[in-house]
Design a binder for this molecule. Structure first.
Ligand SMILES: *[C@@H]1O[C@H](CO)[C@@H](O)[C@H](O)[C@H]1NC(C)=O
Ligand SMILES: [Cu+2]
Length: 169
């Protein structure tokens, strides 16, 4: 292989858009991430009832943090009870996020479902991007109280360089 071909290959691998690098749910901990299956509803190729890590989600607000390789996307934040894992309710309006580069977006106070306090549930984040609809889920339990403020401003932040611009619609 000639040097310039190798160089091109390296560039391809290092690009944030290599393969299908899509988006990552950072907070709360996701059920699982599989790049190739992220377009599979409802949880990107993982079972909605899988519970490797369970996060207590305060119903008066809990942070949801995401990184994405896409520049212009729309997010939906939904939840379902573990006992009815196909019945999703929206927690928020949709959110349009624009950014150059590799944005980190964190909304510190995604509201929970107050009536579900004390119950096991699933958080679903849907990203609508140029390459389609993509899914990530987190195993949660709704608990009373909040907003939860236990994450640092490094863990829950919006990118500033390049800037994240988020609008709820
Ligand atoms: C990120 O931007 C959204 C939308 O403007 C905002 O609601 C949220 O509070 C911001 N996150 C942080 C950590 O400031
Ligand atoms: Cu993608």
């Amino acid at each position: 292989m000639r040097f310039h071909q190798l160089f091109f290959l390296l560039l391809t691998f290092l690009s944030p858009h290599f393969a299908f690098a899509h988006f990552f749910l950072k907070i709360p901990a996701y059920i699982g991430y599989n790049d190739a299956l992220q377009a599979t509803a409802p949880c990107g190729g993982f079972s909605a009832t899988s519970r490797p890590v369970v996060t207590d989600f305060t119903v008066n607000g809990f942070p949801v943090g995401i990184t994405s390789t896409h520049n212009g996307v729309t997010y939906e934040f939904r939840a379902a009870l573990l006992s009815a894992p196909t019945t999703w309710v929206s927690l928020t309006p949709t959110c349009q996020v624009t950014s150059g580069g590799y944005p980190y977006f964190c909304e510190p106070q995604i509201p929970g479902v107050a009536a579900w306090a004390g119950q096991d549930a699933v958080l679903q984040v849907i990203q609508h991007a140029s390459d389609g609809t993509l899914y990530q889920c987190a195993a949660i339990k709704f608990v009373t109280g909040g907003p939860y403020t236990g994450y640092t401003t490094t863990q829950c932040r919006n990118s500033t360089s390049p800037a994240t611009n988020a609008v709820w619609v």
